[in-house]
Ligand binder design. Structure first.
Ligand code: ADP
Length: 309
C-alpha cells in the first residue's frame, strides 16, 4: 500500500457531556476546526511548529498533540520522526474541545502517514494521553466524537467501550463568552457525592436522550436535556447562564447547557432559522452585561477528523 508523504487534516471542535451525560456523551461539530499537517522527518522524535498566535508549548511532552503522538510512537516497532504543524482555530480553554482536537488530530494524521496500522479505539487510547496533559485526567468525551464523528457514548474508558450513536439532523448554536474557566477549577467544585433521587433523574435523562437520538424523537431529546448534578454547581462560573438558557428555549431551542467544562454554552435546534434566532437571544444576554463573546451556528459533524490531502 502506498503511503502519503504528508497528511493534512481538519480536526473539529466537540461538545462534551451533552448536558446530562457528564464524562460519557459528546458530539463533534462542523465548525470551528483546527488545521494540522504532519510529515516524517529524518531525525527521530517530534518537532511541533505552531502556526497560530496561541503560544502553546512546542515541547512534545507539554503540548497535548505531542503527548498523544508519544503514546502512539511507543507502540511502533521502529523509531520514527514526525514534524507536526498546528494552526489552531479553536481557542484553548473555550470548552469546545481545543485540546482534544489537537491530540486526536495528531494521532489520526500520523496513523494515515503510517499506512492505517491502528484502529480508531487505539487512536482514542493514544489521544487520551493529551487530555491528561491538559486537565490532569484521561477522558474521552471530546476525543471519541472527534475521531468517530457524530454523537458518541463512552460507556467506559478502562477498558475503552465507545458506542457511536445515530442522531437526527440537529443545528448547534454555540456562544463562547470571553472569560476563563479552568477545567481543573470546574472539576474541583463538583460534589463527590450525589443523592439517589438526583441520580435517578440523571440516568433517566441519559437513557431518554439516547433513545430520543436513536428514534429521531425531537421532543424526547428536548425533555432529556436536563442536568440535575453538574450544571447547578458549574453554572455559577458563567455570568448570565440561567437567562441565556431561558431565552434560548423561549426562542425555540430543544435544550442545551454548558459545553464541556465551559464557559461556552451550546443549544440544539431542529432547523437553521431557529438556531439563528437562538443565537440572537443568547448574544443579547452577553451584550446586556458587556461580555465579549463569539458565536457559531453549525451542525453535527458526522465524519470526525477530515483528511484534506
Ligand atoms: P478545552 O476544553 O478547550 O480543550 P482545556 O482547558 O481542557 O480546554 O485544555 C486547554 C489546556 O491545554 C490549556 O491549558 C492549554 O495550554 C493546554 N494545551 C497544551 N497543548 C495544547 C494544544 N495543542 N491545544 C490546546 N490546548 C493545549
Amino acid at each position: 500500500m502506498s503511503v502519503p508523504s504528508s497528511v493534512t487534516i481538519h480536526s473539529p471542535a466537540t461538545v462534551a457531556n451533552m448536558v446530562c451525560g457528564f464524562d460519557v456523551l459528546g458530539f463533534a461539530v462542523k465548525e470551528p476546526y483546527d488545521i494540522m499537517r504532519i510529515c516524517f522527518t529524518e531525525d527521530t522524535g517530534i518537532t511541533i511548529i505552531n502556526e497560530d498566535d496561541f503560544n502553546l508549548p512546542t515541547d512534545p511532552e507539554k503540548n497535548v498533540a505531542g503527548a498523544a503522538l508519544l503514546a502512539l510512537m511507543e507502540e511502533l516497532k521502529e523509531p520514527v520522526g514526525f514534524e507536526l504543524r498546528i494552526n489552531k482555530q479553536i481557542k484553548p480553554g473555550s470548552g469546545v474541545g481545543s485540546s482534544a482536537a489537537s491530540a486526536a488530530g495528531a494521532v489520526v494524521a500520523a496513523n494515515k502517514l503510517l499506512g492505517d496500522i491502528f484502529s480508531k479505539e487505539d487512536l482514542v487510547r493514544f489521544a487520551m494521553n493529551g487530555e491528561k496533559v491538559a486537565s490532569g485526567v484521561k477522558h474521552a468525551d471530546n476525543i471519541a466524537p472527534c475521531i468517530y464523528g457524530g454523537v458518541t457514548l463512552i460507556r467506559s474508558i478502562f477498558p475503552l467501550d465507545i458506542i457511536p450513536l445515530q442522531a437526527p439532523p440537529l443545528f448547534v448554536t454555540i456562544v463562547h463568552p470571553q472569560i476563563e474557566v479552568r477545567t481543573s477549577d470546574a472539576r474541583s467544585i463538583l460534589k463527590q457525592q450525589v443523592l439517589l433521587k438526583d441520580a435517578i433523574k440523571q440516568w433517566g435523562n441519559i437513557a431518554g436522550l439516547v433513545a430520543g437520538l436513536q428514534q429521531s424523537d425531537y421532543s424526547l431529546i428536548g425533555r432529556s436535556l436536563e442536568d440535575v448534578l453538574i450544571e447547578p454547581v458549574r453554572s455559577i462560573l458563567i455570568p448570565g447562564f440561567d437567562l441565556v438558557k431561558q431565552k434560548a428555549k423561549k426562542a425555540g431551542a430543544l435544550g442545551g447547557g454548558i459545553s464541556g467544562s465551559g464557559p461556552s454554552i451550546f443549544m440544539l435546534s431542529k432547523d437553521e432559522a431557529t438556531a439563528q434566532e437562538v443565537a440572537k437571544e443568547m448574544k443579547s444576554v452577553f451584550e446586556s452585561i458587556s461580555l465579549e463573546h463569539h458565536t457559531y451556528i453549525t451542525t453535527i459533524n458526522t465524519e470526525g477528523v477530515k483528511f484534506i490531502n
